[in-house]
Each structure stands twice: as C-alpha cells, then as structure tokens.
Design a protein around this ligand. Structure first.
Ligand code: HEM
Length: 404
C-alpha cells in the first residue's frame, strides 16, 4: 500500500522528528487529518477527531489481543499488555477499573499528599547540597517511583529494579521494536512477575493480621469475591499501575522543568503568582504530553473525513498532535500558563481516562511549588537529552544548577 502524501510514517520517523514532533504534526493535521500508513492503519491528528474517538468506546476498541500478536508473539510482553485494563474493553475493563477506583479517591490522595511533600523536601535537601543535579534522575524519577511503591506496598529497599523494568516494558509499546528490545522487554516482564509472586506469597501470610493497607494486599484480600482478580490479573495490573504512573509522571515533571527553562517569562510569572500553578501544570500536560500516541481499532464501519473505514481498521490516536491543534488551542506553540480554556487530552477521554490523573497533578504541583520556593535561581547546566521515542515524550537527562 502507498504511504500518504505527507510521507509521515510512524514505523519510519526521521531523526528530526524526535527533537520536534510538533512541526511535523502540524503538517499532518493540515494535509492529511486521516493519514494512511503503509500497513493500512491511519494516524489521527485533529483535536475534534481524537476527542471523539477516545470517548466512543462502543465504536473503537482498546482490546489489543489481535494487534499485539504479530508484534510480541506469545511471550510475556503479550501476556502483560493484553491483561492490563487499559488494553481491554468492558466487561473485563469495568471489573478491574471498579476494583482500582477506591485507591484513587480524593480522600486517598489527601492522605498521600503529606508523604509526597516530605519525599520532595528530602530530595530538595540533597539537591541543595549538590548545587547541580540531573533533574530527571536525581529528582523527577524518584517521586512517582516511591509513591507508587508505597501504594503497592513494595518495600523501600526493593524498588531500584522497578525503574528499569518499567522503562523497558513500556518501551515495548513503541511503534517499531528491534529483536533486542523485544527480548529485554520479555525478560523484564518475567523478572517483575517473579518478584511479585514472592511478594504476594509473603503478603498472603500477613493478610489475616490486617497490617497491610496497600493495593496489592487489599486486592489479594478481595481475591475470593466473585469479581476478584486472579493472581495473574493482579500481577499484570499492578505492573501496569507502576508503569503507567511512573514514567508518565517523571516525564511530566522533567518536561515541565524543560518548558519553564525554555520560556523564562512563564517561569517568572509562576514565581510572581504561585496561584497559577494549577494552570501551569495543565499547560505542561498539553504542551509536552507524556503519552503522545494511543491507539484504537474500529469495531464497526466508521466514516472519518468523508472516508469509510471498514470494521477492524487500526487507528493511531495522536494525543500530542491534537493538543497542538490550532483549531482548539490558539497559538498552540506558545507555552502559556494562563491559557483558558485548556481542555487538553493528555489523560485521554471517556471510560479509559487516566485513573491516576489527580495523583499525577498533585505530584507535579507539589514538585514545582517546592522547587520554585526553595531555589530563587534555576538554570540549565547542560543540554536536555531525549531518547528516540515517539509514543512517550521522555527526557533522559536535564542538568540544572540550583541556588537557594
Ligand atoms: C502525567 C502523568 C500521566 C499521564 C500523562 C497519563 C496518561 C494516561 C492516558 C492518556 C491514559 C488513557 C489511555 C487510553 O485511553 O488508551 C491513561 C490511563 C491510565 N493511567 Fe495514566 N497517566 C499518568 C499518570 C498516571 C498515574 C500516576 C497512574 C497511577 C498510579 C496512572 C494510572 C492509569 C491507569 C490505571 C490507566 C488505565 C485506565 C483505564 O483503562 O481505565 N496514570 N493514563
């Protein structure tokens, strides 16, 4: 099949794309809002289309049992991703989402806030002593990893390998994978499962003592109820929670800092008017959306931009492309912390809307509030580095110097 005239191919993105995907997305939105890929799938880039497709779970499926087979084969990555709630439709999705909901209520979040604040203070003490830090590895990474570690009840001294497992398992979702990446991803799922199996066995011995209040223990205790999760479902959804909440939030904080450094007038405005923090975090989410591309499969024949697509058509959902659509956001390339309205789609839309969105917003707000109060001067001390990843907008290094 012939690629679309824009030449935009997810399976073959050029070097320049990773530095600045937004210029390319603008061209795609303008010239091919329904952009056919050489494998017959389509890339969707306009805000109106993306918002509507994400909202319509009856016409567009999230189930990936068919799609992931050629990519992952029968291995552990396949088992993991196809058991996670995000890649399933109702009724399985509804069952898992309902079981997770109590862990994300405003009340639960309020209870976690003091922990997060203390964790950030501790990291900033270390940062102040060091003077120059890598904002990604010395700060942003540690916050969500430890918070979700606490929520899942993973002992503090056992958390180090989780970071790498999360990275390579999520890396498996990139549009194209080398055999080495596939092997590393499969090994990470196996290692994570082995670890959780031991942890679950240990937690089972303590369930009756009612000492444990974490998600893993609570879901284990629910195990015998008719809707309870099997051990495999429990393991994969816990792995997913860690992966979903870790990289994305690290990415939000790292990109947010990068944006404040690139747009110093906005950093100055935020310092002068700290009440703008909520708007600033929303604009960070819009401008550099951590999850840039999702996907859905049409369940019935659908018509988009006058073109009929048969049931079964695979769609790449351009969340980041939609969040830069001038049809919805005037001057989308301006980073404007006062932007209103700012109905970005960084957390998705509809039944799969991010379960951890309030948690991520809380972590980022606290992180930036505390950084700006503690340090009157924050300067870039080296280039912002990004790996070549299209699905997630990852920052790998961001050296900053800090003066109190
Ligand atoms: C800035 C940080 C985050 C971003 C940008 C983000 C983004 C997203 C997006 C776009 C989806 C929807 C995917 C789809 O519709 O296909 C999603 C789903 C999800 N996210 Fe997040 N997420 C973030 C943080 C978190 C955190 C901290 C957690 C939990 C600890 C979390 C847990 C989940 C879960 C459980 C789902 C699946 C919901 C479902 O399928 O019903 N996320 N996230």
């Amino acid at each position: 099949m012939i690629a679309d005239m824009t030449g935009f191919e997810l399976a073959n993105l050029g070097e320049g794309f990773y530095q600045d995907p937004y210029t390319i997305y603008r061209k795609v939105r303008d010239t091919a809002p329904l952009c056919q890929q050489s494998d017959g799938s389509y890339f969707i880039s306009r805000y109106g289309d993306v918002a509507a497709i994400l909202k319509d779970h009856q016409s567009y499926s999230s189930d990936k049992k068919v799609d992931f087979k050629p990519k992952f084969g029968d291995g552990p990555l396949y088992e993991h991703h196809t058991t996670s709630l995000v890649f399933n439709d109702p009724p399985y999705h509804t069952r898992v989402r309902r079981l997770l909901a109590p862990f994300f209520t405003p009340r639960t979040l309020r209870a976690l806030e003091a922990n997060v604040a203390a964790m950030i203070d501790e990291l900033l003490d270390q940062a102040e002593a060091a003077g120059t830090i890598d904002l990604v590895n010395d700060f942003a990474n540690a916050i969500p990893l430890n918070l979700i570690g606490d929520m899942l009840g993973i002992p503090k001294d056992e958390r180090e390998p989780l970071r790498n497992w999360a990275n390579v398992i999520l890396g498996g979702l990139e549009p194209s994978l080398t055999p080495a990446q596939l092997a590393t991803g499969n090994a990470a799922v196996d290692a994570f499962k082995d670890y959780l199996r031991d942890l679950i066995a240990w937690k089972r011995t303590r369930l009756n003592e009612r000492e444990e209040t974490d998600i893993l223990s609570a879901l284990l205790a629910d195990h015998d109820s008719p809707d309870g999760l099997t051990e495999l479902e429990l393991m994969h959804n816990c792995i997913f929670l860690l992966n979903a909440g870790h990289d994305t939030t690290t990415t939000l904080i790292s990109n947010g800092m990068d944006l404040l450094l690139r747009f110093p007038d906005q950093m100055a405005l935020l310092r002068a008017e700290p009440d703008r923090m909520k708007g600033a975090v929303e604009e960070m989410l819009r401008y550099e959306s951590p999850l840039q591309i999702g996907n859905r499969r049409a369940m019935t024949e659908v018509t988009l931009h006058g073109q009929r697509l048969p049931a079964g058509t695979f769609l790449h959902i351009g969340i980041a492309a939609a969040n830069h659509d001038e049809r919805q956001f005037p001057a989308p390339e301006a980073f404007d912390i006062a932007r209103k309205p700012n109905r970005h789609l960084a957390f998705g839309n509809g039944i799969h809307i991010c379960a951890g969105n309030s948690l991520a917003r809380m972590e980022a707000s606290l992180a930036f509030s505390k950084l700006l109060v503690r340090f009157h001067k924050i300067e870039q001390a080296g280039p912002t580095l990004r790996p070549d990843r299209a699905r997630f907008r990852v920052v790998s290094h961001l050296p900053v110097s800090l003066a109190a």
